[in-house]
Design a protein around this ligand. Structure first.
Ligand code: ZN
Length: 411
């Protein structure tokens, strides 16, 4: 993203605000924000990692007086301490404004009924979707996750028109609606899918089975939550609301700026956040900057649909495996569904790569042929031969949260 003088001024303010927290007070000791006078100066500042935020548990990120904090959220940590983010009323309001903009970009109006399946509570997802819907004036239906029977009944009875979900839960609901043969009773028109990298095949299945337009919504708990960006009707990447934050695309290995159009990791510096401002926060989401203005006319810049996570990449026998590249190669093979799982093990001194994929093929000869095709394509595109295993449709687990497709059991 471009950095003009106005943005530099706002960054200096944000650094000053951040330094009131215990964490940045220490981290930026000896740095005078007034000395940040150019892009180069800014890029000399250290990055902030999720691990750093964990180290600030519980309230080391709080950059305002106690009485200004109205809420906390926490990001789901699979290991170690969670990250706690304090919000002021302004933070909550700004988040709602950004989220309303997401709904508007997706063409959602006051007349829509917004069915919200992401989780509520410490997690930011559910409440973010709700705040934005209410600010817009639509009718929020705060379902939260789980209980598919009830989800479908409410969807029918209330005539939900917009579904908010993770891609894997949207797929699960789509499959269930298809199975029950009740699609004509469902009035969904649009679906906002939480930011996660998901393949073209999965997208097409959700869109066609639910009969909806799909929008990718971007965000992360550390920076408000979901709703800091969304794809538009042109479906070419995601617009980011860069009036609230400054972003960089960096080389995940070196930390240097990625060349224009080059894939790198998104790093975010907040410009308006009070409760817990973040400076050069590494999201580990891989994407790239898209050039020029979007045909939809929105003035906000765009990044590409997420390509994966820099920490999702695994190395097997010297080959780098990104989930997005696996999606891509599987989607080119007819007869193979969007659902797959990779299991990596270490046996007798050797890495073993098992790739399970779903298929409608039932006969063992047909499955064998598909397995051979998948193995050859994998070898060609990724450089290593997996042991491909065909399984039936719906045999791999679906999840209500973000789906994990690569399981590295070596360590
Ligand atoms: Zn656009």
């Amino acid at each position: 993203m471009e950095m003009n003088e106005a943005i530099q001024g706002r960054i200096r303010q944000s650094i000053k605000a951040a330094m009131k927290s215990e964490f940045y007070g220490k981290r930026f000791q000896g740095i005078d924000p007034e000395d940040i006078r150019s892009r180069d100066d800014f890029e000399k500042l250290p990055f902030t990692e999720k691990e750093d935020l964990r180290g600030a548990y519980p309230l080391g990120l709080r950059a305002v007086d106690e009485e200004k904090v109205v809420r906390i959220h926490s990001s789901s940590g699979t290991t170690g301490a969670p990250v706690i983010i304090p919000y002021t009323q302004k933070d909550v309001d700004d988040w709602a404004i950004m989220f309303r903009r997401c709904y508007e970009t997706a063409g959602v109006t006051k007349k829509d009924r917004v069915h919200i399946t992401p989780g509520y509570g410490l997690w930011t997802a559910g409440i973010g979707f709700q705040l934005g819907a209410e600010l817009l004036g639509a009718m929020a239906i705060p379902m939260g996750p789980g209980n598919t029977d009830k989800q479908i009944k409410m969807m029918e009875d209330l005539g939900s028109t917009v579904l908010c979900a993770t891609s894997s839960y949207a797929l699960l609901l789509a499959e269930e609606i298809e199975k029950r043969g009740i699609r004509d009773k469902i009035r969904l028109k649009k679906s906002l899918i939480g930011s996660e990298r998901w393949g073209e095949k999965m997208r097409n299945r959700i869109a066609s089975e639910l009969g909806v337009e799909l929008y990718d919504i971007y965000g992360l708990t550390e920076v408000y939550g979901p709703g800091i960006g969304i794809s538009c009707r042109r479906q070419c990447g995601m617009h980011l609301w860069n009036d609230y934050f400054y972003y960089e695309i960096i080389n995940p290995k070196t930390g240097e700026q990625a060349a224009p159009g080059e894939i790198g990791e998104l790093a975010i510096t907040t410009l308006e956040k009070e409760g817990a401002p973040l400076i050069r926060y590494r999201t580990h989401d891989l994407t790239r900057e898209l050039p020029g203005q979007c045909e939809c006319g929105l003035p906000y810049p765009r990044i590409d649909t997420l390509i994966g996570r820099s920490d999702d990449m695994v190395k097997v026998r010297g080959a780098m495996i990104y989930p997005s590249r696996v999606d891509e190669l599987l989607s080119a093979i007819s007869g193979v569904s969007s659902e797959y799982q990779i299991q990596i093990d270490h046996l007798n001194g050797r890495d073993i790569l098992n790739l399970l994929f779903e298929t409608e093929a039932v006969e063992s000869a047909a499955r064998k042929t598909l397995e051979k095709t998948v193995e050859a394509a994998f070898k060609e595109k990724i450089g290593v031969t997996p042991n491909a295993i065909a399984v039936g449709m719906m045999e791999l687990p679906r999840s209500e949260k973000k789906s994990t497709r690569i399981f590295d059991n070596r360590y």
